[in-house]
Design a binder for this molecule. Sequence first.
Ligand code: AP5
Ligand code: ZN
Length: 216
Amino acid sequence: KYIVLLGPPGAGKGTQAAVLSKALELAHISSGDIFRENLKAQTELGKLAQTFMSRGELVPDDVTIAMIEERLSRPDCAQGALLDGFPRTPAQAQALADMLAKTGGKVDAVPYIAVPAEELIQRLSGRWTCRAEGHVYHQVFNPPQKAGVCDVDGSELYQRDDDKSETVERRIRVYMEQTAPLIAFYREKGLLMDVDGTRPIDEVSKTLLAAFGKEL
Ligand code: AP5
Ligand code: ZN
């Protein structure tokens, strides 16, 4: 199965992808995480991506599409994958359909996690991210057991530099302009599943898991 998680910045895509990918045994492909890993390793891709990410803008389609195509060609994605943060433009959605079609695959479902803008700002400004693996926490809604330390791997938690308030507002605007059109695109194909993302993390997980025949 190929599943695309859609939703604005801070909707909880990464949080839910961690639960769903484990339950459904699917590789979790997060375009944002791949860019951040490249930045940490100081690759050319990472340095290029950073110039867009730090401004809250999208990395150009050609670069992003090539990166995801390479990732999806690996053996762990042969039977399916959970995509988080890709596609984010109509051109990326078309490219995804084309690349999956080459091996007889297609997008099977698109859960859309909806959350209003005011709440997104609150979530992103309180988010803490793990330095090693990108695990996410929230200082109020999902605190780690020990402040500043990842529960899973003990590594340091940091605040993403695109989580400052001006950049968050820019990211939400970019989402409205460039990514929100994908809601109608996938709805017309009968693939969209509306999910109320304003509920507590566990309840959103339950809804998503139930949609794929699993329990929390
Ligand atoms: P990316 O890393 O994909 O960021 P994003 O889409 O902005 O998504 P976030 O990671 O901010 O949020 P999320 O929905 O995963 O929420 P989370 O689970 O963390 O992209 C970053 C940048 O990379 C982009 O701006 C762009 O420059 C570039 N990029 C990436 N993909 C690209 C592409 N395809 N094309 C071009 N450029 C691309 O949750 C947020 C917070 O809320 C956490 O603190 C969490 O604990 C908390 N929380 C989660 N769920 C709940 C809940 N139900 N109740 C209360 N709190 C909750
Ligand atoms: Zn971690």
